[in-house]
Design a protein around this ligand. Structure first.
Ligand code: NAD
Ligand code: TYD
Length: 339
């Protein structure tokens, strides 16, 4: 029996993680800490809210006093940090909150781990810390040895956090692991990210805004496969190690959008090419050999098998979508569209 702190569990990946793990490990106790920013939603936690081994705490990972008090009360064995500002476009508009949450929040959690003791701190990171790869070199992949070379304020803040985690391991001996995953998709993803945004827009008959030429490549992984990898790393990974996670599912943005339109029976005429994202990374592609060999991880979904339930979930859950699309999100979309 162990006690887990999962931060950012009211968001997309953390929410899916908790749905699976709270049930997979009924003997373990699961505490979710989340600030409920625009990206966090209590409705995401509804399926597990009443389970006896689950508890929700509304707090900010940067709130040192609150975080330390929680650690003192709960005596966590494991901390898994999903909490982050996660959208690149927002980081271009307002970098400050990314540094605050993604860097200072990580430091705060690790300071609490040092003070109260834990078996392992796990940092959920991203392939974006490696920067990008050229489009004309499909033979190149990110490995754990690829130098950090972040492009956006988002990826720079995640890279800074990763460096801090490694420094806390080396300097203070904090037991920790880092996972770096490629782009995720699946249920409960906030509809500002490419796949759910395009599903919503296609359904509503609105134009589908593809940045630049649509040739940028992302390496798509179904969220459940990412979470199974994190579960393996937290329980069986080696301290101080980084693990890349990806399933070799590279697609251009245009391919992704066309796949969605085809699945929905909609015309490609809705595709609209818009101004490119500043500093837009060209290609991400992960080499997951280390986690496959060391921990026996394998993805269970291909892009083709994962996109169908994802589209279906988005169509079947219009209430969840309309709730998360209210309030602050509307303001952001209006401001962003005016730029
Ligand atoms: P998300 O934006 O959907 O969710 C983030 C969650 O963190 C929300 O519930 C939000 O309320 C919470 N949060 C934000 N700031 C907080 C704070 N200061 N204190 C406490 N809670 C706070 O993000 P996601 O897509 O689920 O990503 C989760 C993690 O995975 C992030 O660390 C992200 O960098 C990483 N990641 C994401 C992807 C992807 O494709 N989405 C890929 C690789 C890695
Ligand atoms: P996104 O989902 O924001 O993830 P990330 O930037 O972290 O990879 O975007 C995925 C890709 O889709 C990225 O190349 C930018 C592109 N994109 C568009 O073309 N149009 C959009 O409206 C959005 C949100 C993204």
């Amino acid at each position: 029996m162990a006690k887990f702190l999962v931060t950012g569990g009211a968001g997309f990946i953390g929410g899916n993680f908790l749905h699976t793990m709270v049930r997979r490990y009924p003997e373990d106790e699961w505490v979710c800490l989340d600030a409920l920013t625009y990206a966090g939603n209590m409705e995401t936690l509804e399926p597990i809210m009443d389970l006896p081994n689950f508890k929700f705490v509304h707090a900010n990972i940067c709130d040192r006093e609150r975080v330390f008090k929680l650690f003192e009360e709960e005596h966590f064995d494991y901390v898994i940090n999903f909490a982050a500002e996660s959208h690149v476009d927002r980081s271009i508009e307002n970098p400050g909150i990314f540094l605050q949450t993604n860097v200072i929040g990580t430091q705060t959690l690790m300071d609490a781990c040092r003070k109260y003791g834990i078996k392992r701190y796990h940092q959920v990171s991203t392939d974006e810390v490696y920067g990008d790869l050229p489009l004309d070199r499909p033979d190149l992949f990110f490995t754990e040895e690829t130098p950090i070379h972040a492009s956006s304020p988002y990826s720079a803040s995640k890279a800074a956090a990763d460096l801090l985690v490694l420094a806390y391991h080396r300097t203070f001996g904090l037991p920790c692991t880092i996972s770096r995953c490629s782009n995720n998709y699946g249920p409960y993803q906030f509809p500002e990210k490419l796949i759910p945004l395009m599903i919503q827009k296609a359904q509503r008959g609105e134009p589908l805004p593809v940045y630049g030429t649509g040739e940028n490549v992302r390496d798509w992984l179904y969220v459940g496969d990412h979470n199974n990898a994190i579960d393996l790393i937290v329980r069986r990974g080696r301290d101080g190690e980084i693990y890349n996670i990806g399933g070799h599912n590279e697609r251009t943005n245009l391919d992704v959008v066309k796949t969605i339109l085809r699945a929905l029976g909609k015309s490609e005429d809705a595709i609209t090419f818009v101004k490119d994202r500043p500093g837009h990374d060209r290609r991400y592609a992960m080499d997951p050999t280390k986690i496959e060999k060391e921990l026996g991880w394998r993805p269970t979904y291909t892009f083709e098998t994962g996109i169908i339930p994802t589209i279906k979930w988005n169509l079947d859950n219009s209430q969840w979508i309309s709730h998360v699309e209210s309030g602050e999100y509307q303001l952001w979309m209006r401001r962003y569209a005016e730029k």
